[in-house]
Design a binder for this molecule. Structure first.
Ligand code: SF4
Length: 237
């Protein structure tokens, strides 16, 4: 199957009118073991993992383990693996946290978060995507201004190769996500019950106040809004 031959526009028209599971089912049938769910165990991410495991038990899942994840997130990974009987691939950065501090100094996340994200998230993701033809994310349009143009299927160029990025929940609201989690008893991160609305690395995440944007607690106090994992690839229109 040649990715360049896929009629993304008409598939998107179909999937926009269908439940998100249809895009996941299509992904499994089209790409088999060459598609994986990428999750950081946030609310939409655990919904995607649940849907994927119900459609095709053992649907591959990976996460980017930056070395700065909350203990609650690491525990959720273990609980998710046990819940579905799967092993989630933890993709590691090339440098440990200690080795990075030795080479670039402590708290690089404060001094140069883009560089820190590049080494701890983007490079590992790039390496993982080299094994795949498609990946699935929990991106939703209403999450932030930078995500309003997202589509269910997107063609992306990664290292000179074309891949399909699949965002099955792109048109879902936060309420739909939480109705699904609670309705299906999906394991979720307890930090959501402590005021966090978007959960990444502990040095760069804080709870949000009422009325704030969902992602306002990420890199608070700086202009940074994305870590790069959804922006480093070149989207082919
Ligand atoms: S979110 Fe913060 S700690 Fe995590 S990789 Fe980016 S800058 Fe580093």
């Amino acid at each position: 199957m040649d990715i360049a031959d896929l009629d993304i526009e008409s598939l998107n028209r179909e999937f926009e009118a269908q439940p998100p599971q249809e895009a996941l089912r299509w992904a499994h049938e089209t790409f088999g073991s060459r598609v994986a769910v990428m999750t950081s165990f946030q609310a939409a991410g655990v919904v995607i993992v649940d849907m994927a495991q119900r459609i095709a038990p053992g649907f591959p899942v990976f996460t980017l383990d930056t070395g700065f994840l909350f203990l609650e997130t690491l525990d959720l990974k273990r609980r998710t693996e046990a819940h579905y009987g799967i092993e989630i691939d933890s993709v590691q950065p090339l440098l440990t946290v200690e080795a990075q501090a030795e080479r670039y100094g402590d708290a690089l996340y404060d001094r140069d978060p883009d560089m820190c994200c590049e080494m701890r998230k983007v490079e590992p993701q790039r390496r993982k995507l080299a094994e795949l033809d498609a990946w699935v994310t929990g991106v939703r349009r209403e999450q932030s201004k930078t995500r309003t143009e997202a589509h269910i299927l997107e063609r992306h160029e990664v290292e000179g190769r074309m891949l399909i990025k699949i965002n099955p929940l792109v048109h879902w609201t936060k309420k739909q996500v939480w109705d699904y989690i609670l309705g299906h008893e999906v394991p979720y991160n307890p930090l959501y019950d402590q005021g966090y609305a978007s959960i990444g690395c502990w040095p760069c995440t804080r709870p949000v106040q009422a009325g704030e944007d969902e992602r306002a607690g990420r890199w608070a106090g700086s202009n940074k809004t994305e870590c790069g994992i959804h922006t480093f690839t070149k989207r082919a229109e």
